[in-house]
Structures are given as structure tokens and as C-alpha cells.
Design a protein around this ligand. Structure first.
Ligand code: FE2
Length: 346
């Protein structure tokens, strides 16, 4: 790590302590966008804003709007746009200059804030998850990653939680000096729509087991972060979930945390999951790759996207890739009405 007195974003360097968190509780999530009048224009995109769609299926880039200045009704509107576009890229933001409390106040508008079970945070806030990568702390090219052809790993964040993350705010602090270290996203609603109607109908009747156990075990191994704040859990979620703000259906399985489809034989479960993971990874027509610029903040809806970091950057010039993340949790994933009994999700 650089000497803390010389580094501009020293207050966001990761700290690790050995505190424990209680198990997460069930709660009633209220989707902010349900408070928005759908017949009116979105007012948070003011006259000075510049809006660019990244691809037809996913992602909108916004300049000229400060996240830190939005009112609660405007954040409700943002939530509606987020549900529709899945990924919002805000440029020229002063979000990182705000106090930790102010940042958390904005993020918590979207749902109860999540504390990561194994990762480091910033001093003074357990909800501020930190990603700090430099030559000495290169998780992409050390340990198990050394034996992989690619470090691309499409995933939902923490899908094993009973209330998995929803709106997720990732703020760039220091980015590689030339290029590289982009983040790529895929629309899980578009992935769902690409499937044939009969296969979609079948998937809607399925549930899958999501597990945090392996991630917890990796953390405790030599080379892991050594942190484990909560007892790891496993949760059964529908394979197709309904977004509470838009009513759209999305595939909800991912290579990082989904273990198997309940009730199917091993080969059947593996065949279906492989098919879906291939669809997610290879269908670039519903991907969006975001290049980090200075003062960029990305907001994505974790319920209807998968994402991966692209670890193609070099540390040769002393480069650092440093971000912090605030993560709102959402509702318990909603199954397609009439397709699953309550017992199937117990
Ligand atoms: Fe992630």
C-alpha cells in the first residue's frame, strides 16, 4: 500500500477487524420505484443532463446529474430507470467527496444496506466494501487464479442471502492510468427473453440452491482475506424472479454461488445451468462493458444483471485499481405467480 499521508484516497483504504455480524434478518423491502407516477417524465434527468444508451438491451450513461444532490423523490425515479435499464453509469460525480454517512444515506434509500461477509471495509463504516488492487495485492494473478486461462467470472453479488443485493453503487477512486480494469454487465431479463416460451415456462417452475459456504471457506484459507463475519448460509431461490419495480422476469442463477437446481438429477441440473451460463457469457448483444473514467459511479441492479471485472490491466507503472461499493439489499426473490408453492422456497 502507498504511504497513507501521500495517497489522495487514503481514507478509503481497506481495514480488517475481527468483529462478527449477527445473521441477517427477514424484513419487508419496499421498492422505491413503486412510489413513482409512471405517467410522468423523470424529472431527475434535468435539462443539463446528457443521456446516452450504452446498448439497446442494457445500460445508460448519464452526465450532468449529481447523485449526491438528488432528493428522495428523485432517487425513487432513479430506481425506476435502474429497473428499466439495469445499469446506470454516472460520470463526473462528487460522490466520493461526500461524508461516509451521506453516501450511506443515499445508498440506503434503495434498501437495507448489506455488510459483506468476508471482505474488508473502510475505517468508520462496515457497509463500505473496498476493492484495492495493486502489484502486492493482486488477487487476479495469484493463488488459484494463476491456474486459470481467464479470471472472467459472471455473477450476481451474494445471491445466497435471503434478501440478495439490489441497487449497488460502485465508486471509482483510482483507476489504471492507461486503460483496462473495465467492468462488464449482462442483462438477465434479456437472457430470459431469448429463451423459447416452453423452456421459459419450465424454468419458472424451478428453484435453485445458492451457497455462501465456499466463499467463506476460501476466505479462511491461506491467501484468503481471513475474514468471516457471519455464519455462511445456503438459500433456495426461484430460477426465474420477477422484478418488483418493472414486473419483468429475469434468470436468477450464477456461476459463483448457485450450486444446483432442486429436484433434478445431477446431470440434468448441470446441463441446464451450463446452458444458462453459456447464454450469459456469450451473448454479447445484451452485454455492456463500462470503461472507468475519473469520478465515475456505476449503479447496477444486481437482481437483473450478472457482472464481471476484466482483469487485463498492468501494475507495471505502479497502477492501482481502487473502488468502494455500497450495496442495498432487496426483496426476497419473487417467483412467477402461480408457478411455485410456498413450500418450494422454504
Ligand atoms: Fe461482484
Amino acid at each position: 500500500m502507498p504511504p497513507t499521508s501521500e495517497y489522495k484516497w487514503a481514507r478509503y483504504l481497506p481495514v480488517a477487524d475481527d468483529y462478527k455480524e449477527p445473521d441477517l434478518e427477514d424484513y419487508n423491502h419496499v421498492e422505491p420505484s413503486t412510489r413513482v407516477d409512471r405517467t410522468k417524465e423523470l424529472t431527475f434527468l434535468n435539462g443539463d443532463s446528457e443521456i446516452t444508451e450504452i446498448s439497446p438491451e442494457i445500460g445508460t450513461e448519464i452526465r450532468g446529474v449529481q447523485l449526491s444532490a438528488l432528493t428522495p423523490p428523485e432517487l425513487d425515479e432513479l430506481s425506476l430507470l435502474l429497473g428499466r435499464r439495469a445499469l446506470l453509469v454516472f460520470r463526473g460525480q462528487d460522490f466520493r467527496d461526500q461524508t461516509l454517512e451521506k453516501q450511506k444515506q443515499i445508498a440506503s434509500h434503495f434498501g437495507r444496506l448489506h455488510v459483506h461477509p468476508i471482505s474488508r471495509h473502510v475505517s468508520g463504516s462496515r457497509e463500505h466494501l473496498v476493492f484495492y488492487r495493486n502489484k502486492e495485492n493482486d488477487v487476479f494473478r495469484s493463488g488459484a487464479a494463476q491456474n486459470r486461462v481467464s479470471t472472467t467470472l459472471w455473477h450476481h453479488d451474494q445471491s445466497f442471502e435471503c434478501h440478495p443485493p439490489s441497487a449497488t453503487i460502485l465508486t471509482g477512486l483510482t483507476i489504471p492510468s492507461k486503460c483496462g480494469g473495465d467492468t462488464e454487465y449482462v442483462s438477465m431479463t434479456a437472457a430470459y427473453r431469448k429463451l423459447s416460451p416452453s423452456f421459459r415456462e419450465y424454468l419458472e417452475t424451478l428453484t435453485a440452491l445458492h451457497s455462501g459456504v465456499e466463499q467463506a471457506e476460501e476466505s479462511l484459507k491461506k491467501g484468503g482475506s481471513g475474514i468471516l463475519r457471519r455464519t455462511p448460509i445456503e438459500t433456495v431461490h426461484p430460477v426465474v424472479r420477477v422484478h418488483p419495480g418493472t414486473g419483468e422476469k429475469a434468470i436468477f442463477v450464477n456461476r459463483a454461488f448457485t450450486k444446483h437446481i432442486i429436484g433434478l438429477k445431477v446431470e440434468e441440473s448441470e446441463a441446464i445451468l451450463s446452458l444458462l451460463y453459456d447464454l450469459i457469457a456469450k451473448s454479447t448483444e445484451f452485454h455492456a462493458r463500462v470503461r472507468w473514467e475519473d469520478a465515475t459511479v456505476i449503479v447496477w441492479d444486481n437482481r437483473i444483471t450478472n457482472h464481471t471485472v476484466i482483469s487485463d490491466f498492468s501494475y507495471d507503472k505502479g497502477d492501482i485499481r481502487h473502488h468502494f461499493r455500497l450495496t442495498a439489499t432487496g426483496e426476497r426473490p419473487i417467483p412467477v405467480p402461480g408457478k411455485l408453492s410456498p413450500e418450494a422456497l422454504a
